[in-house]
Design a protein. Structure first.
Length: 255
């Protein structure tokens, strides 16, 4: 085997080594936390809860795999930095959030759900800060951070709608980013032009506003009337802005 062949084999294996490392570490962390929560009586590991945790973990693993594949294709083999591990930890909190949210019928569990959601959302500040201050900003980290944010918004919106603290239309906020990405992909497969979006201050704070709205909706003492009103105030401008962005990328606005 030549040196070039050997190097190529290592490069091809590296992306899946990252996925494997994430899967093993995530299994240990999520499994260990579930066991600890069950041992302390914080949750009951019923079949629905366990199934939700496993399903969410498999879903997030597929997200990690897609992020690794995409980043490797665009920027070459990627390594797991400290910042990337922090993003993965956010994803594992998301997995636990999904599982524990199944037990929302019990008031004490709902506080645990709030903590898991807020922990995953707040970690968005930490992983970015670490990446910038350790000079370890990577294509994988950026991609995984974006996908983790999107999935957290989606599952958070589903949970809030499920317990009736936000209107059903708020699901559109959770699905908006996925619909937008799918629409762009369809245009590209049809060889239609896709234009770049102009920088937007509104877009920069959208994620934080949505996550804050979901967190408020999950807090037990807050009157659902208040959380629903907040959700309406947030939903309308965000969906309008997504529509405007879609018109921009599809070339339907004056550029």
């Amino acid at each position: 085997m030549t040196a070039a062949t050997s190097r190529s084999a290592v490069d091809n294996a590296a992306p899946w080594q990252s996925v494997a490392s994430a899967v093993v570490a995530g299994s240990v962390v999520v499994g260990g936390v579930c066991y600890a929560l069950a041992a302390t009586g914080s949750i009951r590991l019923t079949t629905p809860v366990a199934g939700s945790v496993v399903g969410a973990f498999l879903l997030y693993t597929s997200v990690v795999g897609a992020a690794v594949t995409n980043a490797t294709r665009t920027a070459g083999p990627q390594r797991l930095t400290l910042a990337t591990w922090l993003t993965l930890a956010r994803g594992w909190l998301l997995v636990l959030f999904v599982g524990v949210a199944v037990g929302l019928a019990e008031p004490p569990v709902s506080w645990l759900v709030v903590g898991l959601f807020v922990g995953s959302a707040a970690g968005d500040v930490a992983d970015g800060w670490v990446a910038r201050h350790t000079d370890t900003v990577t294509a994988l980290g950026a991609r995984l951070d974006t996908e983790t944010d999107a999935l957290l918004v989606l599952v958070g919106a589903v949970a809030a709608v499920g317990i009736g603290t936000v209107p059903a239309v708020f699901l559109a906020v959770g699905l908006a980013r996925y619909a937008f990405v799918a629409g762009v992909a369809i245009r590209r497969t049809r060889d239609k032009p896709v234009f770049d979006l102009e920088p937007s201050r509104f877009r920069q704070v959208t994620g934080a506003v949505i996550m804050a709205t979901i967190a408020v909706a999950l807090v037990p003492p807050i009157d659902p009337v208040i959380s629903r009103a907040i959700a309406w105030v947030v939903t309308v401008p965000i969906l309008v802005h997504f529509l405007w962005d879609w018109l921009a990328v599809s070339g339907r606005t004056n550029r």
